[in-house]
Design a protein around this ligand. Structure first.
Ligand code: 6PG
Length: 254
């Protein structure tokens, strides 16, 4: 898979620009499969945190279809989530439900490898339970995901790290509760995102263009634009975007 074009923003990220949302989803899915094969070959398993919202659905569905479905060593894949809404797993707003419908119900990931955030417990109990699950799955103190998928909200949030939210300052816990427009959330914290080997954002649509430009090309202001906090161990996040979402960065970058 090749992107239409690459735009580098030194110290901020690498944008891979595809012609449209479907091409961006295909690139995202192909990169997931390549990361999974690489991690399993070198480390014996692939630990990935899935994104929520609506954008990733198409990419996750492509992973459940030929040819990619046959290229991922599903038995060695461990699925986590970057965040979850505090709703039951069958609720239409559940990020787990979206991934189950698009992907989990269609590929042979062992049930014990699916580490759902139990949002129905309420944000603090669910965050504590998820932290326990993370520490058990990764042994040490800060999990090192092979890949973290993220989206970008219209207000610059990512996962459930919202502008000016106290969760942005958490540096000890691995997961915390948040509240957004009256809805309880659970989110991975900044240190966990920073420890990831790879972080890849999938962002499409004209409505995200201004925020993409702010994150990549405007002055750093991560408390106002939480996506700017995401600086993975690999050094730079990858932004898989379509031309519409990249319309604000034309002529910027290198
Ligand atoms: C969530 C997500 C959130 C999402 C963005 C973009 O639970 O809502 O994790 O961070 O990625 O809000 O959402 P869309 O893909 O629906 O635009």
């Amino acid at each position: 898979m090749t992107a239409l074009r690459e735009v580098r923003f030194p110290g901020r990220g690498l944008a891979l620009v595809s012609p449209d949302a479907d091409a961006a989803a295909r690139l995202c899915a192909a990169r997931f499969a390549e990361a999974a094969r690489d991690a399993v070959e070198h480390r014996g398993r692939f630990a990935v945190a899935l994104a929520g919202g609506s954008t990733p659905r198409r990419a996750y569905a492509l992973l459940a279809e030929a040819p990619l479905a046959g290229e991922v060593p599903w038995e060695a894949v461990h699925l986590f989530w970057g965040d979850e809404r505090c709703v039951p797993p069958g609720h239409p707003r559940s990020n787990y439900r979206m991934a189950r419908e698009a992907l989990l119900s269609r590929v042979p990931v062992p049930e014990g490898n699916v580490h759902r955030i139990r949002g129905e417990l309420g944000r603090e109990r669910a965050a504590a339970a998820y932290e326990r699950a993370l520490r058990e799955a990764f042994g040490g103190d800060v999990p090192r995901f092979d890949l973290v998928h993220l989206g970008l909200g219209g207000d610059g949030h990512t996962a459930s790290l919202f502008p000016y939210d106290p969760a942005l300052r958490e540096r000890r816990r691995l997961a915390v509760g948040a509240l957004h427009e009256g809805e309880g959330r659970v989110t991975l914290t900044v240190p966990v995102l920073a420890a990831a080997a790879r972080v890849e954002f999938l962002v499409t649509g004209e409505d995200k263009a201004r925020r993409v430009a702010e994150v990549l090309a405007r002055a750093p202001d991560p408390v106002r634009i939480p996506a700017q906090f995401v600086r993975p161990a690999s050094g730079e996040p990858v932004w898989i975007v379509d031309e519409a979402a990249a319309s604000g960065i034309r002529g910027a970058g290198q």
